[in-house]
Design a protein around this ligand. Structure first.
Ligand code: FAD
Length: 508
């Protein structure tokens, strides 16, 4: 019997996940596949998801997007990292930057030299972030393109974006439709399956339209209409480690100074985000319903706003975790339908992007592609677990005991994989990062130290230079950082010059 070939791709859902998927498939497999996206304006999208990580630059490059046009259309700003306020303890503050701190010397990472510099009589010791370009740029609200500092080995500014979520989906929709993707409006009411192998064969819409396909991508958000509701794929619930399960989102007026970073401020039973856009500020309170009420959470959110609210807070419910499988039969779930890791490190849009690129790399010629499916599921599961551990670190390594929520987080059992990483870093400053971990060593180092773990020791190779040389090295680095940042425009000026938001948005 002939094996059925995959020729028609149906994407169900038109949020950020649906349109990133449509755009990437149109760009990379558009010649081979006919692509149809079904979405319902009546149902709408989750409407959040406005902060990203640097990997998005790779997605934009694959799509061939012009950065300035993209930022103009989405009212975007630049992001150098996330500032964590009150996490390690009340009053603490650190920036998880997208770049390195200082500069490595020989084969030894900078933070080992820094650790050495604060040993013994540490009267003149400086903080790790005194050597961070990103931190100094954030402090001064400056931004510019800087690949490298002068002719030194010091790496420059790595960045990502903040943008308006609904504008982003529209921007990608234009892109995808311009490359042959067909969009069908309607509510999916029924899903048809093959009587023999159980594969999905078609979806039927409320108005009677039938959309048949060979491969289906479920981008229907938390509901997971195809993968969970139709194919019955279950869920791994991780809320014992990441207990936040609700959010309230509210836009407010734009910040007086457009800072180039996201802020995440820890609260009594969760945390509040602040995302600076050109025309408004995105805010939200992520909290655990087991430790506070919705009314109290609303109060916390509104009191924490720095500018006037522009709407009422919008509630969102979720369960942190992932689907037991990401691809079953002839259907893969991408976006919120595949699982959700709360937005503390802005990883969801990245997960969409990495799942799409993995699916394209493994995309089957035939419907019955068991080996490709198993490989896809294996890699997606590993990626979810690595990000999960990184998020748990922020909650678990804290001195806070001022609320029941923080006492729970501090004393909860965490996955063995994370316990090992913490122990290794605490003992020696070494990072037990997995080879394909999304987060770089520099990220683990910053969050470990930011959360209050000062390693007991440092790499003995950092002893190779004399004390005087070390002092000069550190002083030179500070001078380099100060000079490099002093030469950059303000973030606001950079945006105004290169990518001011469309006038209609700024006037709205
Ligand atoms: C509180 C919160 C904050 C977040 N912050 C960030 C962040 O800062 N950075 C980040 O990277 N990510 C963030 N995320 C995640 C991000 O919002 C999502 O990953 C992203 O928006 C993708 O959503 P989606 O497209 O999967 O789902 P949705 O936006 O919910 O889209 C679902 C689509 O499916 C359609 N649909 C559903 N059912 C049907 C049906 N029966 N018939 C037809 N169509 C249907 C809907 O109409 C819609 O088009 C956040 C998420 C939450 C909850």
């Amino acid at each position: 019997m002939d094996r059925p070939e995959v020729r028609k791709l149906v994407i169900v859902g038109g949020g950020t996940a649906g349109w990133i998927t449509a755009a990437a498939f149109a760009r990379l497999l558009g010649e081979r596949l006919s692509i149809e996206l079904v979405e319902s304006e009546a149902i709408g999208t989750v409407g959040v998801g406005e902060a990203t990580i640097p990997q998005i630059i790779r997605l934009n490059a694959i799509l061939g997007l012009d950065e300035n046009a993209f930022l103009r259309a989405t009212s975007g700003t630049f992001k150098l990292g996330i500032e964590f306020v009150d996490w390690g303890k009340l009053g603490s503050r650190y920036l998880h930057t997208f770049g390195d701190t200082g500069m490595n010397l020989g084969n030894v990472a900078f933070h080992h030299y820094w650790r050495r510099s604060i040993s013994g009589s540490a009267a003149h010791a400086r903080g790790l972030w005194d050597y961070s370009l990103h931190q100094q740029a954030a402090n001064q609200a400056r931004f510019g393109k800087l690949d490298r500092v002068g002719n030194t080995a010091m790496t420059g500014l790595a960045y990502a974006y903040h943008f308006d979520a609904s504008r982003y989906a529209l921007f990608l929709r234009d892109y995808a439709e311009g490359r042959g993707v067909t969009r069908t409006e309607g509510i999916v009411e029924r899903v048809e399956r093959d009587g023999e192998d159980g594969d999905i064969t078609a979806i039927s819409l409320k108005d009677g339209t039938r959309v048949a396909g060979d491969f289906f991508i479920d981008c229907t958000g938390f509901r997971a209409l195809l993968l969970a509701e139709t194919l019955g794929v279950g869920y791994h619930d991780w809320s014992r480690w990441l207990p936040c399960d609700r959010a309230l989102a509210v836009p407010s007026e734009r910040l007086p100074t457009l800072v180039p970073y996201t802020r995440a401020t820890a609260k009594q039973a969760g945390w509040q985000w602040r995302i600076p856009l050109q025309h408004r500020t995105g805010n939200g309170h992520v909290y655990s319903s087991g430790f506070t009420s919705d009314d109290a959470a609303t109060d916390v959110l509104l009191k924490g706003l720095e500018t006037k609210a522009l709407a009422d807070p919008r509630p969102i419910r979720f369960t942190t975790g992932r689907r037991e499988a990401f691809w079953a039969h002839n259907c893969a779930a991408i976006g919120l339908s595949s699982g959700f890791l709360e937005p503390l490190e802005s990883t969801s849009i990245h997960l969409i992007q990495s799942h799409v690129s993995r699916l394209i790399q493994l995309f089957p010629r035939h419907r019955d592609a068991v080996a490709e499916r198993d490989e896809y599921n294996r890699r997606c599961a590993a990626e979810f677990a690595q990000i999960r551990d990184f998020l748990i670190l922020h909650y678990h390594r804290t001195d806070r005991e001022d609320s029941e929520f923080w006492r729970y987080c501090k004393h909860m059992d965490v996955p063995d994989s994370l316990t090992h990483k913490i122990a290794l870093f605490a003992a020696s400053g070494r990072v037990g990062r997995d080879v394909d971990d999304l987060f770089r060593d520099a990220s683990w180092v910053q969050v470990m130290i930011g959360q209050g773990i000062i390693p007991a020791d440092y790499d003995p190779m950092a002893d190779q230079i004399a004390p005087q040389q070390l002092a000069e090295f550190l002083a030179n680095l500070r001078t380099l950082v100060t000079r490099a940042i002093g030469g950059l425009p303000t973030h606001e000026d950079y945006l105004r010059q290169h990518c001011p938001a469309d006038a209609s948005l700024l006037a709205a």
